[in-house]
Design a protein around this ligand. Structure first.
Ligand code: NDP
Length: 279
């Protein structure tokens, strides 16, 4: 049976380790979280992020805008938080309502306040192997691997999913850590054959139980990024965890695996932003 990688524990330790860094700052780190509309999942995620920021003593601003907010109005909000000296990190909760141009909004965030790591400047720095702000979810996965004592160098990692938020930066981080990386997506052929050669699998697809237990190589490390809500209200990942646990050496649960790390890394990125900005 696989060893369970406890994301809640690592996230708690990660946040605890931030406390002396926060205490050493001339003022509390500041984070602005922007939410537009009434998407229920976004409300939950924003609530968790602001709660964690509050517990760490951050200055935080939760900006909740009406679903009818226009592009120009949202851009003005971004400009205002960009200009606010007490704000070090800005997060726009995705997805935005369809009438808004998310890419233009994310591009408008000042790169030095882009604690989500989605701005093209930060994505470009990561692609050149000199990361500044790295998207929180893949960054959290790296920390989970590190804390679990999993060695990455020379290993074959298969990342399933190539979004700018998870899969693509994940592949870059694993490659920077000297893994040999295969980045799989919806047009990839023979995925089970690829997984049969994988030492590390990261699933970021958005489909419940997509990765079958029999695809998982004996002893491999399986990281499940997926968060999928089933009709009965339960949350499951992209991996058939029970079946995969029989073959995997290590596995992350859902919930309690990657999710808590995403929030912890957002806190860490914000502290780093505050350190840069107050130095
Ligand atoms: P996207 O929908 O942006 O990307 C999904 C990716 O999966 C795409 O690259 C797509 O390929 C690929 N894909 C779809 N079908 C297949 C298939 N049959 N075989 C192989 N690849 C496939 O999702 P995100 O990256 O934003 O999120 C992925 C999952 O992670 C979701 O469940 C999301 O909720 C979760 N998530 C969890 C977070 C956490 O904190 N734990 C944070 C962020 C996301 P293609 O590019 O070809 O379309």
């Amino acid at each position: 049976m696989a060893v369970n990688i406890n994301g809640r524990l690592v996230a708690k330790d990660t946040c605890q380790a931030l406390r002396p860094r926060i205490a050493a700052l001339p003022r509390p780190p500041g984070i602005a979280v922007v939410r537009v509309g009434e998407d229920p999942a976004s409300k939950v995620y924003v609530g968790r992020k602001t709660q964690r920021a509050e517990r760490l003593g951050f200055h935080h601003k939760e900006i909740h805008l009406d679903v009818e907010t226009s592009q120009v109005e949202l851009e003005a909000v971004i400009d205002a938080v960009n200009a606010d000296d007490l704000i070090d990190g800005i997060l726009v909760q995705l997805p935005l309502p369809d009438h808004l141009d998310s890419t233009a909004i994310l591009d408008r965030i000042a790169p030095e306040k882009d604690v989500d790591g989605f701005h093209p400047v930060n994505a470009g720095l990561l692609s050149q192997g000199r990361p500044r702000f790295v998207p929180c979810t893949p960054c959290g996965v790296m920390k989970l691997l590190e804390r679990s004592g999993v060695s990455i160098e020379g290993k074959h990692a298969v990342v399933i999913g190539r979004s700018n938020i998870v899969g693509r930066p994940m592949a870059m981080l694993l490659e920077k850590a000297n893994a040999t990386v295969t980045l799989a997506h919806s047009r990839t052929r023979n995925l089970p054959d690829l997984l049969a050669q994988a030492d590390i699998v990261v699933a970021a697809v958005g489909r419940p139980h997509f990765v079958k237990g029999e695809w998982v190589r004996k002893g491999s490390v399986v990281i499940d990024v997926g968060i999928n809500r089933l009709d009965d209200g339960s949350l499951v990942g992209d991996v058939d965890t029970d079946a995969a646990s029989k073959n995997a050496g290590w596995i992350t649960p859902v919930p309690g695996g990657v999710g808590p790390m995403t929030i912890a890394m957002l806190m860490e990125n914000t502290v780093r932003a505050a350190e840069f900005r107050t130095a």
